[in-house]
Write a protein that binds this ligand. Structure first.
Ligand SMILES: Nc1ncnc2c1ncn2[C@@H]1O[C@H](COP(=O)(O)OP(=O)(O)OP(=O)(O)O)[C@@H](O)[C@H]1O
Ligand SMILES: [Mg+2]
Length: 339
């Protein structure tokens, strides 16, 4: 789940606290969990929570590496569907000729080589969730068949005539522009409307206030082995905050993991991340109130990142009492600031 979760307010400080190795800061995110405190991702989390118990079909849109698959898994985990099966299929990775039998299954003798009956992925997802990744790559004839399933909730295996009722929640995702595909008539608009009962636009990492440093710190914390503490140097923190992250979280993960291999002396520099130290963007002018809030978030997060998440040390750096820092972290990150 998004971590921390308890409020909708952005919380850079909590992020760094968890991420940079503060044992005192409470449980940290487990691998494969969404790490975020930005307001936009908290909003997405609230949408997930509302949609999860329903049967609504969810369409996840967003650039490559933004976490669509992770969100699909999160939605499934929150859904409490009885069978708890999540079946994922990447429509771009399976040859067109195989995709139909992969999705819908086949009857014995349906084609040469069909020696026995086979259930498809849709049937396997019965009682659970079917995640259709890269949906825009689904061939048109199959789009038609999928549409029928979404409308009537029944399938027919290849070579079969008997309609089989399947109760599966559908989540679809793509990093490509579906409107363009619809305009080019490579994607059916009626299928789009069926799939997008709820549409979630996953924002690029560059638009998520403080999340980059939060996730980077989390990766460091999780990679800590044998008590070896690795920290970000100030120029690395500045670079993480100002880089545009065209490859989003995937790029961030790759850069931090690579830096971990090459960093010397327990300190990761901007150079280790393959980033230039100063890439600041001055095009956006926030309000003074927002600027103050961001600056406070940033200062707290930096202090926590620099001290490896050590709250007392961070308080010293910031020249505030531990209690004041704890209150700020709590206010920004959640109701109690300790999880
Ligand atoms: N908020 C997050 N916190 C922690 N890890 C994340 C977060 N978002 C994404 N990741 C990680 O980033 C990587 C890319 O995420 P994911 O595969 O879900 O992206 P995607 O949007 O499906 O990308 P693509 O469009 O290329 O398939 C994964 O390793 C995922 O675990
Ligand atoms: Mg994906």
């Amino acid at each position: 789940m998004l971590h921390p979760t308890s409020t909708g307010s952005p919380c850079a400080a909590r992020a760094a606290n968890d991420g940079a190795g503060a044992d005192a800061a409470g449980p940290a995110a487990t691998p494969g969990r969404m790490v975020s405190t930005s307001a936009c991702m908290q909003k997405i989390r609230r949408t997930l929570e509302k949609v999860a118990p329903t049967r609504a079909t969810v369409l996840l849109l967003g650039e490559s590496g933004t976490g669509k698959e992770l969100l699909a898994r999160e939605l499934h985990a929150l859904s409490r569907r009885p069978a708890r099966t999540l079946v994922a299929i990447n429509c771009a990775a399976i040859p067109e000729s195989l995709l139909e039998s992969e999705l819908f299954g086949y009857e014995r003798g349906a084609f040469t080589g069909a020696l026995k009956q086979m259930r498809g992925r849709i049937e396997s997802a019965a009682g659970g969730t079917l995640f259709l990744d890269e949906i825009v790559d689904m061939p048109l004839p199959l789009q038609c068949k999928l549409l029928r399933f979404l409308q009537e909730r029944v399938i027919e295996r290849v070579g079969g005539r008997v309609p089989i009722a399947v109760d599966a929640r559908i989540i679809a995702a793509t990093n490509r522009n579906l409107q363009t595909a619809i305009a080019q008539r490579t994607f059916r608009d009626d299928l789009f409307y069926r799939l997008s009962e709820v549409t979630i636009a996953v924002p690029p990492l560059r638009e998520r206030e403080s999340d980059a440093l939060l996730i980077a710190s989390d990766i460091l914390r999780r990679s800590r082995r044998g008590g070896r503490v690795v920290r970000f140097a100030p120029d690395a923190i500045a670079a993480i905050e100002s880089h545009g992250w065209p490859g989003n979280v995937r790029e961030l993960e790759n850069r931090v993991k690579r830096a971990l291999i090459f960093a010397e002396g327990g300190l990761i520099t901007a150079g280790d991340l393959g980033l230039a130290a100063d890439e600041a963007d001055w095009s956006e002018i926030p309000t003074l109130r927002e600027t103050r809030r961001r600056a406070e978030n940033q200062a707290v997060q930096r202090a926590l990142a620099l001290t490896g998440g050590n709250l007392p040390q961070a308080a010293k750096l910031l020249d505030v009492t531990r209690q004041i820092l704890y209150n700020i972290v709590s206010r920004m990150g959640g109701s109690d600031g300790s999880e």
